[in-house]
Design a protein around this ligand. Structure first.
Ligand SMILES: [Zn+2]
Length: 139
């Protein structure tokens, strides 16, 4: 796994995941949508997570949603010491208003302030020259 200069890992971008990362770089939350049943996929896959059809298209989804669940990390994950400055770190599972469930870091509030059902909105943090990562903060 490669690292950005700040010492955090960057994702391995494949042809299958590139629209997600490029979309984030362009400040858009992109997801695969099944042409057959309309389900949104997260993470990107070669098939629909609901009906297994392979006819998928990339669509922009609303960057707003609610916290479905979350956990708080108090120690560095995956041995990347650069994350030490971010601790404690809130990782959320977010129910997007458009129907997908995705995970992402929740920032802009203390771990004690996060709660199930909290309204959040995505924002995008650049990670290298051709990708950005969506994170969430209170809306
Ligand atoms: Zn489907």
């Amino acid at each position: 796994m490669t690292q950005i200069p700040e010492g955090k890992p960057v994702p391995e971008i494949t042809e299958q995941t590139r629209p997600f990362w490029t979309g984030a770089k362009n400040r858009k939350l992109m997801m695969q949508k099944c042409k057959r049943c309309g389900t949104l996929n997260f993470l990107p896959k070669p098939w629909c997570v609901e009906c297994a059809d392979r006819a998928l298209e990339w669509v922009e989804v609303k960057p707003t949603g609610s916290v479905y669940s979350y956990t708080v990390a108090y120690v560095v994950m995956m041995n990347f010491p650069a994350w030490k400055n971010d601790l404690p770190l809130v990782m959320g599972i977010i129910d997007l208003d458009d129907g997908a469930r995705m995970y992402g870091q929740v920032t802009g509030c203390s771990p004690e302030e996060v709660y199930i059902g909290m309204r959040v909105a995505a924002y995008f943090e650049d990670i290298g020259s051709d990708a950005a990562i969506p994170k969430f903060r209170p809306a």
